[in-house]
Design a protein around this ligand. Structure first.
Ligand code: FPP
Length: 226
């Protein structure tokens, strides 16, 4: 299969830093380097077509202001400085979520990178930014209310930020939760919960998950073939 959609809840940055006597923000910094490495690996992997990463949730605004400010700056710096890496690896960047609450600088960095990479075809990397699965579904239904289109599974799906079903949902950091991530798209996703903290996550960990996935029979609510 060459069209897998892999989604990752990148959890454990804070604990990784605390374990080393560092500030939580240091974990986010190292976490952003892992984003680069894993995206590069995914772009070279023949089976992965889309990689969706949970970088900032609609609930993350509740964190201390210093941490939120740090994440906002880290994201803007990353998107502004990584263009060459995206182009070199053939990665198309898209943001999902409600970007309207972000600073002008971050909104501009998002739009610019989306435009700069729109012709890349090796991988689509969706970064979930101010994203919540419930919020995405509400915004999709509101679009249908405005357009007057009939409400159906198909029309809701097409109005989501991301209309592609998830095949593999990975969460690092040891918790067994989906935390409002891709609720609609993960209806039939295979779930993988790893104890590894995000800054320690390596391409070998992703390879292992992919190997395990290939051995799973997916029935999508049906029955086994006779
Ligand atoms: C969860 O770890 C992580 C986040 C809320 C932020 C994710 C951000 C990154 C991986 C880096 C930024 C990404 C880019 C693309 C520049 P946590 O802080 O909840 O960790 P904890 O559970 O150990 O406290």
């Amino acid at each position: 299969m060459s069209d897998l959609h892999v989604a990752i809840i990148m959890d454990g940055n804070g604990r990784w830093a605390k374990n080393r006597g560092k500030k939580r923000t240091e974990g986010h910094k190292v976490g952003s380097e892992v984003v680069r490495d894993i995206t590069t690996f995914a772009s070279q992997h023949k089976d992965i077509a889309q990689l969706t990463l949970y970088a900032f949730s609609t609930e993350n605004w509740k964190r201390p202001k210093l941490e939120v400010d740090f994440l906002m700056k880290l994201l803007a710096d990353y998107l502004e400085s990584e263009k060459e890496t995206y182009l070199k690896n053939g990665v198309r960047f898209k943001a999902i979520g409600d970007r309207s609450r972000f600073s002008k600088r971050l909104q501009k960095a998002i739009t610019q990178l989306e435009e700069d990479t729109e012709n890349e075809t090796s991988l689509i990397q969706n970064l979930a930014l101010n994203y919540g699965g419930k919020d995405e579904i509400v915004r999709a239904v509101k679009k249908l209310q405005i357009s007057g289109d009939e409400v159906s599974e198909e029309s809701i799906e097409q109005s989501l930020d991301l209309p592609t079903a998830v095949d593999i949902l990975i969460r690092t950091g040891g918790d067994h939760r989906v935390s409002n991530f891709l609720l609609w798209q993960s209806a039939y996703a295979e779930l993988f919960f790893l104890d590894t903290l995000w800054p320690d996550f390596k391409k070998d960990d992703l390879s292992r998950v992919l190997n395990q996935f290939q051995g799973i029979e997916r029935r999508f609510g049906g029955v086994e073939d006779e």
